[in-house]
Write a protein that binds this ligand. Structure first.
Ligand code: FUB
Length: 460
C-alpha cells in the first residue's frame, strides 16, 4: 500500500507539477550543505558536507563528493572523508564546512571539525592523489587548532602560486600556506570585521563567545575567496541569522576590503547560507544551500545553483533564487558509454551508498521511484538494446526507460529477476528508436519490497 501510494504520488506530482522537474536543489538522494565547487579540467567537483536525514540540530558526520561535466546531471562520487579521517576530531559529529583544491596532482580538502583538545572547532586537511581519495590526514593534528569561530576554511591559490587559507565565524582570519599546502607560511592574521567600509553597516548580532547581542558588521561566516581580472573577491554569509550572501572586494589579498553589497537573499527554509562561485566553460555559477528538499530545513540543507553574469566593472549582481537552477546544460550526456546509476538531474525516492572509494551505486529503490537525466544525446538512434548492471538484486522488478517525460510508452522495459548473483548485467531490446537530444527517465517498478541496487546502464 505504502509503495503504491508512493508510485502514484511520484508520478502524479511529476505530471501535474512542472516545478518538480526543477533542478534546485541539485542533489535529492542526500542533504548536501555548505557546497564547495572546484573546476578541474572538464569536470566540476562538488565537495559538500552532509546533514543527516533525521537531524534536529547540526548532525554531521562525513563529507561527500559529487561531479558533473554538464552542470545538470550530477554523479555521486562517494563519501571520501568522515570524522574518522581525523583522529584529533570529535567522532561522529561536528563535521562542518570544507573546501578542496588540487595542486600539482594532489588534492587538499580543508575541513573544520571539533578539536577534542579544545572542545572548539579547528581546521584540518585531508590529502589524496585523486579527488575521490583515499584521503589521509598527514598531520594527525589540526592544521589550525580549535578556537572561537575557527570554522569554514576557504582555500585560494593566487596567480603567483602563493596559497592562502581564510576562515571564520563572527570574525575573519587568514594565513599563507606553504607550498606543501599542509603548513602555515605566516602567523594567523585577523581581518578587522568591525570595519564598516569593508563589511557593511553595523547590525545587532549574537556573539557566541560573549553570549549577548552586540552591533557588528555584515560579515558572518563562510568566506569564499577568488580572483577575477586582478580583483580579489570575498563572498560570505552575512547579516547574522537568518543569513544572506554578500561580498567585498580588494585590490590586494591583504586588503583593505571594500563592501560591495548583498548578492543573495536569506536562503529559503534555512537560517544559514553558504557557498561560492566558479567559472566553468565561460559561464559563472553561484552555489549555495537552502532547506527546500522534502523534509529539509535549517539542519537538513541542500546545494542549489544559480547562473549569473558579472557586471561590466566586475560586479557580482544580485542573484535571485530559482527553482530551475541551471537551465542550459554545458554539454550533452552520452548514453552509449557507461553511465553511473548514481548520475541524475533529479531523483525521486532514491538513496546512494555511503562509502569512500570509486564503486558507488544507487540503493533504496522501490516501486515508483524514478530518476531523470537531462540532455541525453541519442545521436542517430543506433541503439538496439540497453544494458544495466546491478550489484545486488533484492526482490527484483523492472527498469522502464522513457524519453521526454514519464507518460506514454517506455522505449525499453528491462526485467530483473530475483537472484543471489552479484554484479550481474541485464539487457532489454529497444522497442522504439530514439534519435537526437532528449531527457531520459528511468522508472523502477516492482512489488512492495526494496527491488535492487543499481550500478550503471548503457545503450548499445
Ligand atoms: O554546516 C555547519 C555550519 O553551518 C557551517 O560551518 C556554517 O557555514 C553554516 O553553514
Amino acid at each position: 500500500m505504502k509503495t503504491k501510494l508512493k508510485l502514484t504520488t511520484g508520478l502524479v506530482l511529476l505530471t501535474i507539477c512542472p516545478a518538480l522537474q526543477a533542478q534546485n536543489p541539485v542533489v535529492q538522494t542526500s542533504y548536501t550543505p555548505d557546497p564547495a565547487p572546484f573546476v578541474y579540467r572538464d569536470t566540476v567537483f562538488l565537495f559538500t558536507d552532509h546533514d543527516e536525514d533525521d537531524a534536529q540540530y547540526f548532525k554531521m558526520k562525513d563529507w561527500q563528493l559529487y561531479s558533473t561535466t554538464d552542470m545538470v546531471n550530477w554523479t555521486y562520487r562517494g563519501t571520501p572523508m568522515s570524522t574518522a579521517t581525523f583522529q584529533w576530531a570529535k567522532q561522529g559529529d561536528n563535521a562542518w564546512a570544507a573546501q578542496a583544491v588540487e595542486r600539482n596532482g594532489k588534492w587538499y580538502w580543508y575541513i573544520c571539525a571539533e578539536d577534542t583538545t579544545k572542545h572548539l572547532h579547528g581546521i584540518g586537511v585531508g590529502v589524496a592523489d585523486s579527488p575521490t581519495g583515499p584521503y589521509t590526514d598527514p598531520l594527525k593534528r589540526p592544521l589550525i587548532p580549535g578556537d572561537w569561530g575557527y570554522i569554514d576554511p576557504s582555500v585560494f591559490i593566487d596567480d603567483d602560486g602563493q596559497a592562502y587559507l581564510f576562515w571564520g565565524n563572527n570574525g575573519l582570519w587568514y594565513a599563507r600556506l606553504n607550498e606543501d599546502m599542509i603548513s602555515l607560511g605566516s602567523e594567523v592574521i585577523r581581518v578587522n570585521t568591525e570595519d564598516t567600509d569593508a563589511f557593511g553597516p553595523l547590525v545587532m548580532k549574537h556573539d557566541y563567545q560573549l553570549n549577548k547581542r552586540i552591533p557588528k558588521t555584515n560579515y558572518e561566516e563562510g568566506p569564499w575567496v577568488f580572483k577575477r581580472n586582478g580583483l580579489y573577491y570575498l563572498v560570505y554569509a552575512a547579516g547574522g541569522v537568518p543569513e544572506h550572501m554578500a561580498y567585498s572586494t580588494a585590490k590586494n589579498i591583504n586588503g583593505p576590503w571594500k563592501y560591495q553589497g548583498r548578492i543573495m537573499n536569506e536562503a529559503e527554509n534555512s537560517f544559514t547560507i553558504h557557498g561560492g562561485s566558479i567559472e566553468f566553460k565561460g559561464r559563472n555559477f553561484m552555489f549555495y544551500h537552502n532547506g527546500l528538499l522534502p523534509n529539509g530545513g535549517g539542519f537538513r540543507r541542500s546545494t542549489a545553483i544559480e547562473e549569473f553574469t558579472f557586471g561590466e566593472n566586475g560586479e557580482i549582481p544580485f542573484i535571485p533564487f530559482t527553482k530551475e537552477g541551471v537551465r542550459t546544460p554545458t554539454a550533452n550526456l552520452n548514453p552509449y558509454q557507461r553511465v553511473e546509476a548514481e548520475t541524475m538531474a533529479f531523483g525521486y525516492g532514491l538513496k546512494t551508498d555511503r562509502q569512500p572509494g570509486n564503486n558507488h551505486y544507487l540503493t533504496s529503490i522501490h516501486n515508483g521511484d524514478w530518476l531523470r537525466l537531462r540532455a541525453v544525446d541519442f545521436k542517430n538512434g543506433e541503439a538496439n538494446h540497453v544494458v544495466a548492471s546491478l550489484p545486488k538484486v533484492r526482490a527484483g522488478g523492472t527498469i522502464e526507460f522513457y524519453v521526454d517525460n514519464l507518460g506514454g510508452k517506455p522505449i525499453a522495459i528491462l526485467p530483473v529477476a530475483p537472484t543471489d548473483k552479484k554484479q550481474q548485467e541485464w539487457q532489454a531490446d529497444i522497442q522504439k528508436k530514439v534519435a537526437g537530444i532528449h531527457d531520459l527517465y528511468l522508472l523502477f517498478r516492482g512489488g512492495d519490497d526494496e527491488l535492487f541496487d543499481f550500478d550503471w546502464w548503457q545503450f548499445k
